[in-house]
Design a protein around this ligand. Sequence first.
Ligand code: PEP
Ligand code: MG
Length: 569
Amino acid sequence: MVIKGISASSGIAIGKALILKEDDYEIVKKDVVECECENERFKEAIEKGKVQLQNTINTTMEKLGEEKSKIFEAHLLMLDDPEFVGAISSKILLEKVNAEYALKTTSEELASIFEALDNDYMRERAADIRDVASRIIRILKGIESVCIGDIKEECIIISKDLTPSDTAQIDKEKVLGFATEIGGITSHSAIIARSIGIPAVLGVGKEINHIKDNDLLILDGDNGIIIVNPDDKTLNNYKSKMLNDIEFKKNLIKFKDMESITLDNRKVEVAANIGSAKDALNAISNGAEGVGLFRTEFLYMSKEELPSEEEQFSAYKEVLEKLEGKPVIIRTLDIGGDKKLPYLPIEEELNPFLGYRAIRLCLDRKDIFKTQLRALLRASLYGNLKIMFPMISNLKELREGKAVLEECKGELRKEKIDFNDKVQVGIMVEIPSAAVISDVLAKEVDFFSIGTNDLIQYTTAVDRMNEKVSYLYDFFSPAVLRLIKTVIDNGHKEGKYVGMCGEMAGNIELIPLLLGMGLDEFSMSASSVLRARATIKNLKYEECKKLVPKVMELGTSDEIREFLKNNTK
Ligand code: PEP
Ligand code: MG
């Protein structure tokens, strides 16, 4: 049986299913006479919950870093929130009901409000509310928490949902992967699965109930599927795929401290994309020669309010120091589209990906933009910083962005605060109009970085989030490849270096072509760096160059895919 879900974290796991039961306690309404005592019992449970959470924060911080532990800090804040706790106390005292009932009903009401919002991020917060409420109910009922951290045998966890607390306790030696009925790629459990590096398939739906304890499962996180009790042939195929993956990864270690250089001495840079200061270490340990994209919006998304100049300064400084002089491209805020900030409401838009986002928002909200630019400029003294503007669609926007940067420089000079005046400024080329006029843009930037994730969606009119049209979202699209060549050529004509930080940069089948087009820097998820370097070291630049005119003549993605397959090693 094959069950389909959402691919939330890649990799393959083979193991026995461990079904995590939902909380099977029943909450019944009880009338309480001594409601003051009941309220005291509730408050004691809250205090115990805080101690538990503080412990979880400490272990998460140790295992997964500060950013992930913020999830539990938010839970702790909820227990400190007089409105949340007060509403439950009032219910106990006014309605004279038991604490469990008051807690369950109040938190459900609140969670339903969040769930009804038309915003993925806010909807996911309903899970946080339920997580906190279930923790306190368990304390009230004296039920030992299900401790995923205590799992002794290797397994694949199957459950309706995994709370962030559950996921944070995962020991990857025992929990080989997990699948859940609900949840999507923006849920915290998905974020944590990716950072621990175990496969996860989420949003499986009711089909998940077909899985029984101890069923043998293949969890294919790459394709978002679960194969239940596979036949021998399928099992053996997957086993050999896993062995190949392990062997392959072992062999790649030797490339860690090497240069990314072809057999005929064309040197390029293989860098990593990061979303937090913590990811910087992961980038280095995976052999990245720099950071080709720091998506700073995650810094904003992990806060309850806009991060201050000071907070941003220390995050950027930390990354720059960790990278010890290697280039670090930090992209200014790219919020909007699918990435929203709960504390910065943006009016509902019919086409958010074509709407008020990224540089457009920043040029409109100079207060937000300037705080970030000042923090970046101040951090520029601590390493090799390059500033990058996202979603540039015309020359005017680039000039305006640079003018705001100059304004910030002027302010810092007046305040006698040091910064690197020569800090490089570049843009993401991810909108077709920017690619088309890349000849004029090239004259006014220090570098380009091609954002293929968006460039593909805008060039081919395929929403990158819509699974119904995902068959049209194609790395091998001749139109996109022509635009990429145009951008590289135009950048080089002006002597500017051209990188790529979209997912395409790590695509092994396309690396020879991109190398042949002259791409200078390939930036990708840290786990792909060594594989890309190994590929590059096995290629001849002069041979790769010959691929380009041939590919430019081909009219369909399939022809290009086929041609590259037959003409590269
Ligand atoms: C891109 O669009 O290619 C890109 C790297 O940016 P993001 O995926 O953050 O939109
Ligand atoms: Mg983009």
